[in-house]
Design a protein around this ligand. Structure first.
Ligand code: PLP
Length: 399
């Protein structure tokens, strides 16, 4: 007899996987609630609080009764602040009618895939990828085409790799720089070389720039939308979640050709309507207020990145590239795979993550979720003390 989920659920949903990052976070939370001392490096969010000017703007909005539906695509004040942000930080020029505000970066991306993809379309997704990209592509009915990158190439796709997978069905290339989960950042020269492959080929680029303000050293992220020949083909997704520690507020924004923004507006108008009114006011405060906190936090993340890079590379069996942005580190742990710990053979990173969580009480995310089964994702959005404790436990785990 068929189970109800097999009988009634659509192919669209059955072809999707549950978010693995959520699964491990839930398990870690459950173990914590049961009284275990868990060091959690699995979350994809800053450990800092939302800045006070932002929370105050939300309180003011509530007190002023700003609690009703807004324009579906976002309040004009916020769109203006987003246009200014793109000009100030990314050297990008957009008009307000080229912007839509959605419920987090996630919804901007989901809207875009729904607007552009259908059966038969192929979407190129370099791996390691952010967990939701292939699933959103499938949900929209298209086929993700995964391109595997290497530690030696700092987990960046080369123009030759891109050229190799393009077919007449290729509709979109997804670029995410700085990357979740690797922290890789494409340089201007690298972005230009990839875009040179696409020029004149009617292939869109979805550029997920969610971590553009969290970068280290001299490297500056370079948006493919900066390239005039690609301007009509690039859609930029960003949001306030990571830069301003506002993950729970659910404000993301998308910029691109007006016809596509209008299509996203139509989809959103029939699914969720506008993003939360109060959170939109808070996002205005975040984008237009004093930006010094962004820099202070970036400097703090860089200290943690430096610590994690040297500490993890000193653990036998771990090899990691130096993350240039975001707040994740993604060691290759193939050196410990095949070995037995606590009576269990470590076949892949899921076994390793489970062993680390259940026996040593460190929550990480297995690389399978990101298309890289020989890696582990650790988030360093945690205090240095927690990071040191986590590293000590991991070192002990693989003695
Ligand atoms: N894009 C990337 C690369 C992310 O890592 C995330 C969040 O983890 C998002 C988009 C979605 O962000 P939001 O919380 O604004 O939906």
């Amino acid at each position: 007899m068929l189970h109800p989920e097999e009988k009634y659920l659509t192919r669209r949903v059955l072809s999707m996987q549950e978010s693995q990052t959520m699964r491990i976070s839930n398990l870690a939370n459950k173990m914590k609630a049961e009284g275990n001392d868990i060091v959690s490096l699995s979350a994809g969010e800053p450990d800092f609080p939302t800045p006070e000017n932002v929370t105050q703007a939300a309180i003011d909005a509530i007190n002023a009764g700003f609690t009703r539906y807004t324009a579906n695509s976002g309040i004009p004040e916020l769109k203006k602040a987003i246009v200014e942000k793109f000009r100030r930080e990314n050297a990008l020029e957009f008009k307000e009618n080229q912007i839509i505000v959605s419920n987090g970066g996630k919804q901007t991306l989901a809207n875009t895939f729904l607007a552009l993809c259908q059966e038969g379309d192929e979407v190129i997704v370099p791996a390691p990828y952010w967990v939701s990209f292939p699933e959103m592509v499938r949900l929209a009915g298209a086929t993700p085409v995964i391109v595997h990158t290497t530690l030696e190439a700092e987990y960046k796709m080369t123009p030759a790799q891109l050229e190799e997978v393009i077919t007449p069905n290729t509709k979109i290339l997804v670029l995410n720089s700085p990357s979740n989960p690797t922290g890789a950042v494409y340089t201007e020269a690298e972005v230009r070389a990839l875009m040179a492959v696409l020029e004149g080929r009617e292939i869109f680029v979805i550029s997920d720039e969610m971590y553009d303000m969290i970068v280290y050293g001299d490297i500056r992220p370079f948006s493919p939308a900066r390239i005039p020949a690609m301007k009509e083909w690039v859609i930029v997704s960003n949001g306030v979640s990571k830069t301003y520690a506002m993950t729970g507020w659910r404000i993301g924004y998308l910029a691109g050709p007006k016809w596509l923004i209008d299509a996203c507006d139509k989809i959103q108008s029939q699914t969720t309507s506008n993003a939360n009114a109060i959170a939109q006011k808070a996002a205005v405060a975040a984008l237009t207020g004093d930006q010094s906190i962004v820099e202070e936090r970036r400097v703090e993340f860089q200290k943690r990145r430096d610590y994690m890079y040297q500490a993890l590379n000193s653990i036998p069996g771990f090899k990691t590239a130096l993350p240039q942005g975001a707040f994740y580190i993604f060691p290759d742990i193939s050196g410990v795979l095949g070995q037995t710990f606590n009576g269990v053979v470590m076949k892949d990173s899921a076994d390793v993550a489970e062993y680390l969580l259940k026996v040593h009480h460190v929550a990480t995310v297995p690389g399978d979720a990101f298309g890289a089964p020989e890696n582990l994702r650790l988030s360093y959005a945690a205090s240095i003390t927690s990071l040191e404790e986590a590293v000590n436990r991991i070192r002990r785990a693989f003695k």
